[in-house]
Design a protein around this ligand. Structure first.
Ligand SMILES: Nc1ncnc2c1ncn2[C@@H]1O[C@H](COP(=O)(O)OP(=O)(O)OP(=O)(O)O)[C@@H](O)[C@H]1O
Ligand SMILES: CCCC(=O)O
Length: 271
C-alpha cells in the first residue's frame, strides 16, 4: 500500500499521504494504525459499474469518510440506524460527490476526482465527450494541460477566476450577474445529480443530506438546492466536515472490537 501510494499510480491526491503519515506514527510509537473510509471505498451495486463501453470501468472515488460519517449523523437525527435508511448525501467542497446510500451502502456515486458529476469550485465535472476528444487531438494542449482542465483549473475557478465560494457570494451580493449565473449553474448541475440518485433509490429517499464547505452557504447554494430538490425528500444540513472525528471513531471501533479491520489487498486496484 505504501509503495503504491508513493508512486501515485492510481492518481495524485492529498489523501495518498494518510497511510504514509500513519505508518510513521506506527514506527515511532509502536502502535497500530488503520485506514478509515478512504476515497476509494467501493460499495457500488453491479448496475452502477457499467459505463457504456466494455473497455471503460466506473471507479468509486468520492469523499467516503465525510459521506459515511455525515450519513450516520443524519440517520441518528432521523432517529434511525444508518443501515435502515436511504439517503442522498451531497458533499460540496473543492470537489463534489453525490452518493446514493441504500441501507448503509453507497451503491452509486459520481467519481468526484476524474471528470464525472457536476462542475465544482475547482473541477470540470462531466464534459461533452466529442468536444473533449477533439480538443485532446487539436495539438493546442499538452496531456498535463488537458488533465488540469478537469481537475485543478476547471469548473468555477475557470469561469470566475476564484475557487472561493465566499468571494463569489460577495460578488453576487454586489450585483455581479455573471458570478450569479455560474454559481447557480453549479447548483443546477448538483440538483440534476440528486435527481439521478433519487432514481437509483427508486424514489425511496428518507433525506437529502447537504455537507462540505458549500453547505454553509444558506443564502444561495442551500436555498437553490432546496428549490430544485426538496420535492424528493426532506433536506438535512451538516455544514463542513466531520472527518477527523470519523477517523478517530473508525480506529476506536476496531480497538474496542466492535469492528474487524480488513486487510489491504493490492490486486483489487489493478485496473
Ligand atoms: N463558511 C462558508 N460559507 C460559504 N462557503 C464556504 C464556507 N466555508 C467554505 N466555503 C466554501 O466551500 C468550498 C470548499 O469547501 P471545503 O473547505 O469543504 O473544501 P476542501 O476541503 O478544500 O475540498 P474537499 O471537500 O473536496 O476535500 C470553497 O469554495 C469555500 O469558499
Ligand atoms: C474525491 C476525493 C476527494 C476530493 O474531492 O479531493
Amino acid at each position: 500500500m505504501l509503495e503504491l501510494l508513493k508512486s501515485a499510480k492510481n492518481g495524485e491526491h492529498a489523501s495518498n499521504l494518510g497511510a504514509l503519515i500513519a505508518y510513521e506514527f506506527t514506527r515511532k510509537y509502536d502502535i497500530p494504525s488503520f485506514i478509515v473510509d478512504p476515497v476509494v471505498v467501493d460499495e457500488l451495486e453491479p448496475l452502477a459499474r457499467y459505463t457504456g463501453h466494455p473497455i471503460f470501468r466506473r471507479k468509486s472515488i468520492f469523499h467516503a469518510l465525510n459521506q459515511k460519517a455525515t450519513a450516520r449523523n443524519a440517520a441518528a437525527q432521523l432517529g434511525k440506524n444508518y443501515e435502515d435508511v436511504n439517503l442522498i448525501v451531497v458533499h460540496m467542497g473543492g470537489g463534489i460527490s453525490i452518493g446514493a446510500h441504500r441501507k448503509g451502502k453507497v451503491v452509486n456515486v459520481n467519481n468526484a476526482l476524474d471528470g464525472d458529476g457536476p462542475f465544482t469550485p475547482e473541477r470540470s465535472g462531466t464534459l461533452p465527450l466529442t468536444q473533449l476528444i477533439d480538443l485532446c487531438f487539436s495539438g493546442k494542449y499538452t496531456f498535463d494541460q488537458m488533465k488540469k482542465k478537469i481537475k485543478g483549473a476547471g469548473g468555477m475557478v475557470d469561469y470566475l477566476g476564484t475557487n472561493d465560494a465566499m468571494t463569489v457570494q460577495e460578488r453576487i451580493r454586489n450585483g455581479d450577474k455573471e458570478a450569479e449565473l455560474v454559481y447557480k449553474a453549479m447548483a443546477y448541475q448538483i440538483a440534476k445529480w440528486v435527481g439521478r440518485m433519487a432514481a437509483v433509490l427508486k424514489g425511496e429517499v428518507d433525506a437529502i443530506v447537504l455537507t462540505g464547505g458549500l453547505a454553509y452557504d444558506k443564502e444561495f447554494m442551500v436555498r437553490w438546492l432546496t428549490e430544485y430538490t426538496s420535492f424528493i425528500a426532506p433536506i438535512l444540513i451538516f455544514p463542513g466536515g466531520d472527518e477527523e472525528r470519523a477517523l478517530a471513531m473508525g480506529g476506536l471501533r476496531v480497538l474496542r472490537g466492535q469492528e474487524k479491520a480488513k486487510t489491504y489487498w493490492e490486486n483489487v486496484l489493478q485496473f
